[in-house]
Design a binder for this molecule. Structure first.
Ligand code: 6R9
Length: 663
């Protein structure tokens, strides 16, 4: 792996991981009634297209496809060619038509205690129809983009489905992103309408959202209308309303007709664009289309969570601002007709056991969260979760970053009462759906390993040349055959799509995921983390370049280098090294705070560095490349590694000797 990418601690971590010999067999009862059994792997291999056609039959199609896969022009795939369907109809109406209109689709739990709302599938059908009519009245037509910048309230799900219903691709922007980040996304996809709220609740306080949309509108003029949900009732400020643009949800949507006939769209009609960090400063708009994506989301949710829609209560704690919220709150679960919990707030507000209380109160049986949350609960100990009855839990899921074996075992033991399989699911915004995961009724789980590609998916670990590595070796994670929920392109940038994902190896049709991985002696896969300049902080993808650009845009900064340093709580944390301009003074705590606030403003609170060090120089190779590996050594408190390739080796002494100012 390249110089910048392999932290010198990786080998040690790996050695420890591979010594892990605990195994957890699937519970006999679960295995006996499992949705997917071991023979599915072979069946899918024998005839992949037939296998995927069978999965597509989980959906209701208006027109059947005449070809499963068109891979005539790789890497541009078309799945279920000629098929037509409506994603919202599949997630809502068909359940009502099948007599399940009274079934609860969403148990919504607001952050303020007692602020709850249940929506049945019939309620959802009415709400989605009203929102679809309102968006149409605001001028949104098929193919127009709608941005969604909302807290975790039912209107977020309703708006996504309303967009899908009228064939208007949505782009959900996480509420934690700043006005600048929002503006660049609005601009990139030319969003005509933004749906937002006055604010949302976070840790007991109302936190404003609408002002960020107003500010974003000063940076881009693409937006024609802003639809605003009144959630907190907070004051919008003197200039916080523009009659020519702003429309209240309760005026436009609540008064719209609740009758709406969904139109069937082509299987390859764009469903949504989700922005994610890449290795350059500019976020990539990942495009997902309708038929293949919905097939992948529904099938994997059925298989990986062994979903029994009649009896299970499902809860995924992700925010809908990330892909996990798209595939495993909205599209997969609702296509499968689940009853699920949707929670607005933070895990520990107003009390540290809030999550466990929700599991107890709603008898949640399938639970999906991220390692960073598990680690933060681990720190609090088992006393808090032990106070709640979580015997309803059947399967626990993990996503977003590698789960360390101790966190896995704690999760299984303390939360799952040692009864529940843990499914460690590897996938990405780009893959649309889970790719590598244990199957809960089949796989004997190994703590820390995502195990093998699920039936229908082909993944491998390869060397620099693209050759499969033998068991016991490491390399790059690749997907070797196209799959239905794969990204179709990067919005507006086919070349970047080809370059980023499909050009790393000479072999045609190898998708380069950007992750390093290892195959153990049994051939099971251990995902180790990114091999590019992407960091993973609390399961959120951040690009080092994006944060460096934000820092350099500050008038006092001459140069900046950012690394992801390992962090016991957040997996990785952002550590920045900054060279100030000559006229910026000599640093000190004030400038560090100023820079930290600047990053927060430019990108959002999630990108705020854990540490900013003001340094006199940055370590560079003779060709001028910043040696992030050395900076990571310092950030992680290690002896600085090999400095032979440095143009000036004395620089590292200066940095390590703590000449730097830091917070
Ligand atoms: C779904 C999601 C994708 C990146 C991915 C990898 C990391 C996700 C993981 C995992 C190890 C797992 N990742 N799941 N690493 N084990 N089970 O998180 O999408 O935000 O696009 O991030 O997250 O590094 O490349 P996204």
């Amino acid at each position: 792996m390249s110089d910048q990418t392999a932290p010198s601690s990786t080998d040690q971590t790996l050695a420890n991981l591979l010594k892990e010999d605990r195994r957890f067999e699937p519970p006999a009862e679960l295995a006996a009634a499992a949705n997917v059994t071991a023979d599915a792997y072979a069946a899918a291999k024998t005839d992949r297209e037939a296998f995927w056609a069978e999965q597509a039959d989980r959906l209701s199609w208006d027109t059947r496809w005449d070809r499963v896969l068109d891979w005539d022009n790789p890497p541009f795939a078309k799945w279920f060619v000629g098929g037509k369907l409506n994603a919202a109809y599949n997630c809502v109406d068909r359940h009502v038509e099948a007599g399940r209109g009274d079934k609860v689709a969403i148990h919504w739990v607001g952050e303020p205690e007692g602020d709850t709302r249940d929506l049945t599938y019939a309620d959802l059908q009415r709400e989605v129809s009203k929102a679809a009519n309102a968006l149409t009245a605001l001028g949104v037509g098929t193919g127009d983009r709608v941005a969604i910048y909302l807290p975790m309230i039912p209107e977020a799900v309703v708006t996504m489905l309303a967009c899908a219903r009228i064939g208007a691709p949505h782009t959900v922007v996480f509420g934690g992103f700043s006005a600048d980040a929002l503006a660049s996304r609005l601009d990139d996809c030319q969003a005509k309408v933004v749906v937002t709220a006055d604010g949302g609740y976070r840790r007991g306080a109302a936190s404003a959202l609408k002002p960020a949309v107003d500010e974003a509108r000063t940076k881009t003029d693409v937006v024609e209308k802003v639809l605003v949900v009144r959630r907190t009732g907070q004051d919008l400020g003197e200039n916080g309303w523009d009659d020519a643009v702003d429309v209240w949800w309760h005026d436009a949507v609540d008064n719209a007709s609740d009758q709406h006939t969904p139109e069937a769209f082509d299987a390859e009609h764009p469903l949504y664009v989700m922005y994610t960090s890449g290795t350059t400063g500019k976020p990539k708009g990942i495009l997902h289309t309708t038929g293949g994506y919905l097939t992948g989301a529904a099938y994997t949710h059925h298989a990986v969570f062994d979903l029994k829609p009649e009896t299970d209560v499902y809860w995924c704690t992700a925010d809908i601002g990330w892909v996990t919220g798209h595939s495993y709150i909205v599209y997969g679960p609702l296509a499968n007709g689940v009853t699920q919990v949707l929670y607005e707030g933070t895990p520990d507000s107003p009390e540290p056991g809030r999550w466990w209380k929700i599991i107890q109160d709603y008898k949640v049986s399938l639970f999906y969260t991220a390692p960073t949350a598990i680690r933060s609960f681990m720190k609090q100990g088992s006393e808090i979760p032990d106070q709640y009855d979580m015997s309803s839990l059947r399967i626990l899921g993990s996503v977003g970053e590698p789960i360390n074996p101790e966190a896995y075992v704690w999760y299984r033991h303390v939360i799952g009462g040692d009864r529940t399989p843990v499914v460690d699911t590897w996938w990405q915004t780009e893959t649309g759906a889970v790719m590598i995961s244990p199957l809960p009724g089949v796989t004997a789980g190994k703590p820390g390993s995502a195990m093998t590609a699920i039936p229908g998916i082909e993944a491998d670990v390869v060397d620099d040349e693209g050759n499969s590595v033998p068991n016991g070796s490491g390399g790059y994670l690749v997907v070797t055959s196209p799959w239905p929920s794969m990204l179709r392109t990067i919005w507006g940038d086919d070349d970047r799509y080809v370059d980023t994902y499909w050009s790393r190896f000479k072999k045609e049709g190898f998708y380069f995921a950007g992750d390093g991985a290892k195959k153990d002696d049994d051939g099971d896969i251990w995902v180790l983390g990114r091999v590019d300049d992407v960091m993973n902080v609390s399961g959120h993808r951040l690009s080092t370049t994006e944060i460096e650009s934000a820092l350099v845009s500050h008038p006092k900064v001459a140069e900046a280098a950012v690394v992801g340093a390992s962090d016991p709580d957040t997996g990785q944390a952002v550590v920045a090294y900054v060279i100030l301009r000559n006229d910026a003074g000599d640093g000190g705590a004030e400038i560090v705070k100023e820079l930290s606030d600047h990053v927060r403003k430019e990108i959002g609170p999630i990108a705020k560095p854990r540490q900013i060090m003001i340094v006199p120089e940055l370590p560079k190779t003779r060709s001028g490349k910043i040696m992030r590996r050395l900076l990571r050594d310092v950030a992680e408190g290690r002896q600085v590694g090999d400095t032979q390739t440095l143009a000036d080796a004395s620089i590292m002494d200066l940095i390590s000797a703590g000449q730097a100012t830091s917070t």
